[in-house]
Design a protein around this ligand. Structure first.
Ligand code: NAG
Ligand code: NAG
Ligand code: NAG
Ligand code: NAG
Ligand code: NAG
Ligand code: NAG
Ligand code: NAG
Ligand code: NAG
Ligand code: NAG
Ligand code: NAG
Ligand code: NAG
Ligand code: NAG
Length: 779
């Protein structure tokens, strides 16, 4: 089965070698690994992030989606008849269908493992033939259970045979022994050494790792005959290594000694980038920061030991905030100028391959991005409320980071205050984006429920003065699934008015603005507030209403767009679709939209929707191509790196999603919470750039084409739903400043607010100071 696929693979390698290769190495010094080859990708049980681990499917997918050199890892467990099976963990019920297959009379057993009593179903109590009746299941509940019970288990012999039949140079077997002392005692005395000696002689695996010194020392003579590299796997530093009765931390202090019996070490990724908890000491449940790298890699290389790193999976949380939830960036931290590890063990090997082979220059340092000319016309990068994935949205730091991160446009989601001042906030409800809940006076008196808006504290019920007392907090769209963004700047920065936002943009080297006017119809009809007049005043004051100004004026209200069209016709208008999949956008709907705007921002629900039951992509949609055939410009809303927002097809890899959207849909721009990730994809991803012929690198090594995502054949289609209704009942926004609205007792006068106007210079000064501080931090 593996070999049919191989032929294709070889073919594609041959074809691709002719292209300029894309490899991360310095031509004059090569790779900074001991072998001077590219770092080894070690697929932890195959693509175990998607398929149940250590099955033919998981292994075959790793080969299909990853470049060579690649090692397939099998976690060894011995059986009652002293044979073996590849499974992770001692307890078979977590990774197999054993519980449903075995007679219900079978009872669990108890063993002492690493000094602790454990009860469960252990492989040493079953023969291989018995275990072979079970099928693999996905032990990780964050991953799809859709393949559970379908795939047969593999033995180390199966894996070795498959790999050798594949005949692919650079495809290797990595056998890991997690419980040496236990298997030296069970099923019988010396079981492990006897099994491994035979296996090494017969199958000559390329790598054998074990968590204990004793077994490795025993195997040195055999391993040298089978050319197997022995690797000592480290567990946490304070844990006792049973064969030496010293801690892993103590063993690590003498690398020279390790080099007498092993060729390498396999360490948790935290051994190289230590974990620094948030300042309040919390790690569990929240993200953390990475400390500066240790010199472990350099030290081990000096002792002639290879360094392999484990613990990589795209869907782990808590994770380091330093990587902006981008698993490619995380891997790149281990492959660089100051040091490069010899191999990375991951549940998502294709992501490691992207990092190693597609980003030879790494990611751009944000402080240098704006200086770089951008020669080709790529899709626009529109930063949603600034770099809101890393900073509280719509704050100065979010906008500064967005500009530095390479955004073409920065977005302000415009809301309005009770006294008619437009402000930038993600949603009119201030509960999730400000610290209003910490202000009992405001919170209790202003908490309201509107049929159209739900419950909360709304900007249009607070005066600007009241809003000035609030501070922004970061909003985590995936907070419901417990993935929270970095809260360290919460409560530190004030709320920006639209005027302040526009001044910031004008002072920042040509960045454009995407002014997204939200709830205009609602506040006009229910609160008698005129957002259209207010926004027109702000844009006019900022002198941003000329043809050629980098301004997009967006709204989900066709009535507001119609009013903008008659008031400031030269500003480009964007119609924003709702962020729900329960309406359909037909060609007729698009024609209706085109009456108000030539540009449409499509929510992801209309472009790459996924099945809410299975979280796999639904069939490809045709809304983008329908809009394109009407000559409309199409923006996508929205990209965010967090794995919890991604369909399983994307392998918890935001880069694969970007790659899929760009190759499948001719999109003109992306609204994103993580603009720097998109920038680096567009301008530093050689695997993708090669297609556009923009960059060439003189590297002679493997190319890792980006894994081509597509909905699985036979994926269900989007359920039929009513057409989106674009037109709104007539409403007049065109009220001269200062005059009361008809039928209105509130009579706001949207205009340039004197208090915000006088505050401008002070705020600009603050901006400059902040930018200066941030520049220092980012450099
Ligand atoms: C890998 O590719 C081969 C050949 O295209 C295919 O038959 C096989 O199903 C693929 N494996 C997986 C897990 O998709
Ligand atoms: C490559 O390495 C050489 C020698 O260390 C160094 O002088 C040169 O700057 C490096 N080139 C790049 C592109 O980093
Ligand atoms: C064991 O019992 C469960 C329910 O108690 C049943 O679903 C399962 O089929 C039984 N397994 C066997 C092998 O009889
Ligand atoms: C093994 O799995 C069984 C069934 O899920 C569970 O009851 C038992 O506690 C587990 N044992 C260990 C040591 O995790
Ligand atoms: C396990 O069962 C499969 C059939 O499901 C068979 O092809 C394979 O040879 C068996 N392996 C072992 C080790 O018994
Ligand atoms: C392991 O070391 C500890 C303290 O270093 C000692 O108390 C204990 O007896 C040792 N155990 C064995 C089995 O040698
Ligand atoms: C480290 O191990 C080497 C080789 O086993 C030994 O010669 C040396 O004394 C050890 N160093 C220390 C500090 O224990
Ligand atoms: C991670 O981010 C924190 C907070 O910004 C910073 O202090 C730390 O230096 C960063 N770590 C690395 C390795 O860059
Ligand atoms: C706040 O965020 C949570 C989690 O995303 C969401 O369920 C809730 O509706 C939001 N509340 C408001 C007022 O937006
Ligand atoms: C630590 O900080 C996070 C983020 O602000 C917060 O959610 C969490 O509750 C805090 N933990 C403790 C123990 O205070
Ligand atoms: C407004 O901007 C335009 C160019 O966009 C410029 O030509 C004009 O001089 C500006 N007007 C003022 C009053 O600054
Ligand atoms: C789109 O633009 C092209 C070229 O400008 C034009 O020929 C075509 O008629 C337009 N199509 C529609 C539907 O407006």
């Amino acid at each position: 089965m593996v070999n049919t696929k191989m032929d294709l693979r070889i073919l594609s390698l041959v074809l691709l070698v002719a292209l300029p290769a894309c490899v991360a190495y310095n031509a004059s010094v090569g790779w900074q690994t001991i072998s001077q080859n590219s770092p080894l990708i070690v697929a932890n049980g195959g693509t175990s992030g998607l398929y149940p681990d250590q099955t033919l499917e998981a292994y075959s997918d790793a080969i299909n989606s990853t470049s060579l050199p690649l090692a397939l890892l099998c976690d060894l467990q011995l059986t009652k008849d002293n044979l073996a099976v590849c499974r992770t963990g001692l307890n078979l019920t977590t990774s197999t269908t054993l519980a449903t297959v075995m007679p219900n009379t079978t009872t669990m057993t108890t063993y002492v493992v690493r000094g602790a009593s454990q009860t469960g179903y252990f492989s040493v109590d079953f023969t291989l033939a018995e275990i072979n009746q079970t099928k693999a299941i996905q032990p990780n509940i964050a991953r799809t259970p859709g393949f559970d019970g379908q795939f047969a288990l593999q033995t180390p012999e199966d894996s070795a045979t498959g790999i050798s039949l594949a005949g692919l140079p650079g495809l290797m077997l990595w056998l890991n022994v997690e419980y040496p002392t236990f298997y030296q005692q069970h099923p019988g005395k010396n079981s492990l050494a006897s099994y491994l000696t035979t296996f090494l002689k017969q199958y000559k695996p390329q790598y054998l790792s074990a968590t204990e010194v004793g077994i490795l020392k025993l195997l040195v003579p055999t391993a040298s005959r089978s050319a197997t590299r022995l690797v000592l796997k480290f567990l946490s530093t304070d844990l006792i290594e049973e064969s030496t009765n010293s801690t892993y931390g103590q063993i690590l202090t003498n690398l020279t000694d390790i080099a007498t019996f092993a060729g390498g070490i396999l360490v948790p990724k935290e051994f190289i980038y230590p974990t620094v908890p948030l300042s309040n000491g919390s790690v569990s449940g929240y993200g953390y920061y990475s400390g500066n790298p240790t010199t472990l890699v350099q030290d081990a290389h000096n002792a002639n030991l290879e360094v392999f790193v484990y613990g990589f999976a795209n869907d782990i949380y808590p994770s380091s905030y330093n990587n902006s939830f981008d698993p490619v960036l995380e891997s790149l931290n281990y492959v660089g100028d100051s040091f490069t590890v010899d191999g990375i063990v991951s549940d998502f090997p294709s992501t490691v391959a992207e990092a190693i082979f597609c980003y030879p220059d790494g990611y751009d340092n944000p402080s240098t991005i704006r200086a770089a000319p951008t020669p080709v016309r790529n899709p626009l990068i529109i930063a949603q409320n600034g770099a809101s994935g890393d900073y509280p949205g719509s704050t100065l730091s979010a906008y500064v980071a967005a500009v530095k991160g390479g955004s073409d446009y920065i977005e302000c989601s415009v809301q309005i205050t009770k006294d008619g001042v437009p402000i930038c906030r993600d949603g009119a409800n201030l509960v999730n984006t400000t610290n209003v809940a910490l202000n009992p006076d405001l919170f209790e008196t202003k908490f309201t429920t509107y049929q159209e808006m739900g419950s909360g504290v709304f900007s249009f019920d607070l005066t600007l003065e009241e809003i000035r007392t609030l501070r922004a907090i970061i909003y985590s769209p995936f907070g419901v699934v417990n993935v929270s963004r970095d809260p360290s700047l919460d409560g530190k920065e004030g709320i920006l008015t639209l005027d302040e936002f526009l001044s910031f943009a004008k002072n920042n080297s040509g960045v454009g603005v995407y002014v997204n006017v939200q709830n205009a119809y609602f506040v006009r009809t229910v609160k008698s507030l005129d957002m259209v007049s207010a926004v027109v005043t702000s844009l006019t004051t900022a002198n941003l209403t000329n043809v050629g100004d980098k301004v997009y004026l967006a709204s989900e209200d066709s009535s507001a767009l119609a009013a903008f069209q008659s008031l400031i016709p030269s500003v480009q208008r964007v119609y924003v679709t709702p962020d729900t999949g329960d309406v359909t956008i037909t060609t007729a709907v698009l024609q209706e939209i085109k009456k108000y705007a030539d540009i449409v921002t499509l929510d992801r629900a209309f472009v790459d929707p996924f099945d809410s039951q299975t979280s796999f992509l639904l069939e490809k949609t045709s809304v983008v191509s329908a809009a394109k055939s009407l000559n409309m410009t199409v923006f996508y809303h929205f990209l965010a790196n967090e794995f919890s927002g991604l369909a399983f097809d994307y392998r918890a890899d935001p880069i694969l999603k970007i790659s899929y959207l760009i190759s499948e849909y001719n999109l003109d721009g992306f609204i994103t919470d993580h603009p720097a990730t998109l920038y680096n994809f567009l301008y530093n991803n050689y695997c993708w750039n090669l297609l556009g012929g923009q960059k060439t690198v003189n590297y002679a090594a493997n190319l890792s084409p980006l894994f081509p995502v597509s909905p699985v054949p036979g994926a269900p289609a989007v359920a039929p739903s009513p057409a989106l209704s674009v037109a709104e009942p007539p409403v007049s926004y065109l009220v001269p400043a200062g005059s009361p609205l008809p039928n209105s007792s509130i009579a706001p006068a949207p205009s340039s607010n004197p208090s915000s106007a006088t505050k401008l210079p002070l705020n600009l000064l603050t901006s400059i100071v902040l930018i200066f501080i941030l520049t220092l931090l980012l450099n």
